[in-house]
Design a protein around this ligand. Structure first.
Ligand code: IVH
Length: 676
């Protein structure tokens, strides 16, 4: 019997040590907080009942993970303790009972504070100046991160001295955090820069504080709330709440949702309020910390090896849990983007039943190697859609099925395209008649800068799509007055006006038509440039990517999107229906003045080099662009002309070697004269 218990204790000690290392040092947990806490609770119970199985290095004796070795280390003058956890009201009432018993007095006053989900730090002020900042480390020794902490704007470098004589020593403790909006922005910028994203604000704060180069830390949106003191000289306070007030006056940010003067019942009521408040806060909190307010009573209660007897953390229900992926489906968004979604075995995460979680895109599924049948860690942060954090590979059985993105849209069965978005790829359905996108597409199609059909507002469009009177762009031009008049809220007169507006819109410029199609990356300007280059819709439909990128101002994304759009069979059918059945007539956009002349620079790729005498290089560039040329900086076999001024350098030799036509300034000005 004892043998089995010993084995179990050893197993828990080993596993918890490993998980604690992954969580605290690697920022890469394998199990949920609740699972960790459950295991720890089990081990504490065993070690309390069988002290012979408790070892000096058991995780129950540890406050955290060891500090990283790259920073200098400093010993905390007073250890930075951890907190015991309470998971329900009963645990909190037990905590109070213990205190009442030890102190032999009733009616203890408590302070309740949000438990901030960030990184604990200690700031040391000597004669009012910040001289050192440290992480908690293992509670005894921390890493010295002074330069990094100094970059946090809300940390005072000097104490405010209006109210107090400056203490010769003050150690302040608090939590460094990143707010949710700042975190979102930080990750967005990281995506734009092709960097990996942080899993949550706490990891982002920890990673930012752990930079060896404080210039990097300075760019991170770190913030702080202080909640305690270490060693203090020349300053005294009778209660925790009085100390917090002093901290405020000394210039430290103190959380505004701290409540003092609470009975134990008051503490429980406040917990409920904080739970409600939680999602509306700009930063993440994972529970509430309950502290005995009176400092003398705190001293009387004292500490255990890793935590004080006068405080406890009442944790919120975990927001991460593990469950199994039953299936992976694909959803089509309003703009045609496909999102793979995991169908989960339902679980309760923080009071909400979760049965689906977004998997974002195919790249992410591949990166995390997520398969159907996998046990996964799911996180729910506030109102946000639940996310699959990672696969718990140790639970793999071998019969899990890798996921394949479908080739066709699950809604309209049109063939999908794969496009690059920032650093990832997404699959898109580009069929303009796809039901999942139709409302959005039609709204754009009839909008002011497109077909500009007055009377076809959002509500009417939604109604027409819902009634199936519009199932594609072409149907807009086939609406009949009699049918329209039967719609809710549509009078005879407005039906008549609408039909008239539709008739009027049927004569449309090529530019507006291209814009109306809602091709990816093709806004007003791109539509203008494309329609100016090609005089007929047919030519645009036939253009290849090369033709399109040769237009100055058209990038490779737009060129690809246009080609893909016109290779989609459904789209080609609808365009033909718009023109043949809908009676839409496309007018030629007025060609720009220079393009109608036959000038030698139109549609040419030109490189400029050397110094020009009669104009600056940027003037030459402007003139040539007006004439339809595309100016590039690098020379290749695709270049049509090299315009060489004085001291042309290596490009001159390269152009000769490639057999590219070279124009000197004289020939250039002569040619320009005859064409301007
Ligand atoms: S008091 C002995 N107050 O929770 C008192 N801690 O599990 C210990 N924390 O390391 C700290 N918000 O990182 C305290 N209002 C708060 C807190 C808080 C977050 C963190 C802190 C500490 C951990 C203890």
């Amino acid at each position: 019997m004892n043998d089995a218990i010993k084995k179990e204790a050893q197993r828990l000690q080993k596993e918890l040590t490993e998980h604690s290392h992954r969580y605290h040092v690697m920022d890469d947990p394998l199990i949920s907080d609740i699972e960790y806490d459950d295991m720890l609770k089990k081990l504490i119970e065993i070690e309390e009942n069988f002290p012979q199985f408790s070892t000096p290095d058991s995780p129950t004796k540890r406050v955290g993970a060891p500090p990283l070795s790259a920073f200098n280390q400093a010993i905390h003058s007073i250890p930075m303790l951890s907190l015991d956890n309470a998971f329900n009201n009963e645990d909190v009432l037990d905590f109070n009972t213990r205190i009442v018993k030890i102190l032999n007095r009733e009616n203890i006053f408590y302070v309740a504070e949000p438990k901030l989900d960030g990184v604990a730090v200690e700031l040391k002020y000597e004669n009012g100046t910040l001289v050192q900042a440290t992480t908690r480390g293992d509670g005894i020794t921390g890493e010295v991160i002074t330069e990094n902490v100094k970059t946090i704007r809300s940390v005072p470098l000097k104490l405010h001295r209006e109210k107090f004589k400056v203490p010769s020593l003050l150690e302040v403790r608090g939590e460094v955090i990143i707010t949710k909006p700042d975190f979102d922005l930080l990750n967005k910028t990281r995506i734009d820069n092709g960097e990996s994203v942080f899993a949550n604000p706490r990891n982002a704060a920890a990673g930012s504080l752990r930079q060896l180069d404080s210039k990097i830390t300075a760019k991170r949106p770190l913030d702080i709330f202080v909640y305690g003191a270490g060693e203090v000289k020349d300053l005294s306070f009778k209660s925790h709440s009085q100390m917090l007030n002093m901290m405020k006056q000394l210039g430290f940010p103190v959380n505004p949702h701290i409540k003092a003067g609470l009975s134990i019942e008051g503490v429980l009521t406040f917990y409920k309020k904080l739970e409600v408040l939680r999602d509306s806060l700009a930063y993440e909190i994972d529970g509430m910390v309950i502290k005995v307010d009176d400092i003398l009573l705190q001293r009387q209660l004292g500490e255990k090896s890793k935590s004080p007897r006068w405080a406890i953390a009442y944790k919120f229900p975990a927001i991460r849990k593990s469950t199994r992926i039953k299936d992976i489906i694909v959803q089509v968004g309003r703009t045609g983007t496909l999102t793979p979604v995991a169908i989960l075995e339902s679980i309760n995460i923080g009071g909400v039943m979760v049965s689906r979680a977004t998997l974002h895109n195919e790249d992410l599924i591949k990166k995390k190697d997520i398969r159907i049948g996998d046990m996964v860690l799911v996180i729910r942060a506030g109102d946000v859609i639940p996310k699959v954090v990672k696969v718990i590979e140790s639970k793999r059985k071998g019969n899990e099925i890798p996921f394949e993105m479908p080739l066709h849209c699950p809604v309209c069965h049109s063939r999908l395209v794969k496009v690059k978005l920032d650093i990832t790829h997404v699959h898109k359905c580009i069929n303009t008649s796809c039901q999942a996108q139709l409302k959005e597409r039609i709204r754009h199609f009839v909008s002011k800068k497109a077909f500009d059909i007055e009377g076809l507002g959002k509500k009417i469009v939604d109604q027409l799509v819902e009634e199936k009177m519009i199932q594609s762009f072409a149907d807009v031009f086939l609406l009949e007055k009699e049918k329209l008049a039967k719609l809710d809220r549509m009078a005879q007169k407005s039906a008549f006006n609408l039909v008239r507006a539709i008739e009027k819109s049927k004569t449309c410029s090529l530019r507006r038509f291209i814009y109306a199609l809602g091709i990816d990356h093709t806004g007003e300007n791109a539509a203008k440039l494309i329609s100016e280059r090609f005089s007929a819709l047919k030519d645009i439909m036939d253009a290849d990517k090369e033709n399109l990128v040769s237009i100055h101002g058209i990038g490779p994304e737009t060129a690809s999107a246009v080609c893909q759009f016109f290779s989609n069979m459904e789209n080609l059918n609808i365009i033909s229906k718009i023109i043949n059945e809908g009676g839409v007539k496309l007018t030629n956009d007025k060609p720009s003045r220079v393009e109608s002349w036959d000038n030698p620079f139109n549609k040419r790729r030109i490189v400029l080099t050397g110094t020009l005498l009669t104009m600056t290089r940027s003037e030459a560039k402007k003139i040539l662009e007006k004439l339809g040329a595309g100016i590039t900086s690098s020379l290749s076999s695709k270049t049509d002309f090299l315009i060489a001024g004085n001291k042309p350098g290596s490009k001159f030799a390269k152009a000769k070697k490639l057999g590219i036509q070279i124009l000197d300034e004289k020939s250039l000005t002569a040619m320009l004269k005859s064409h301007l």
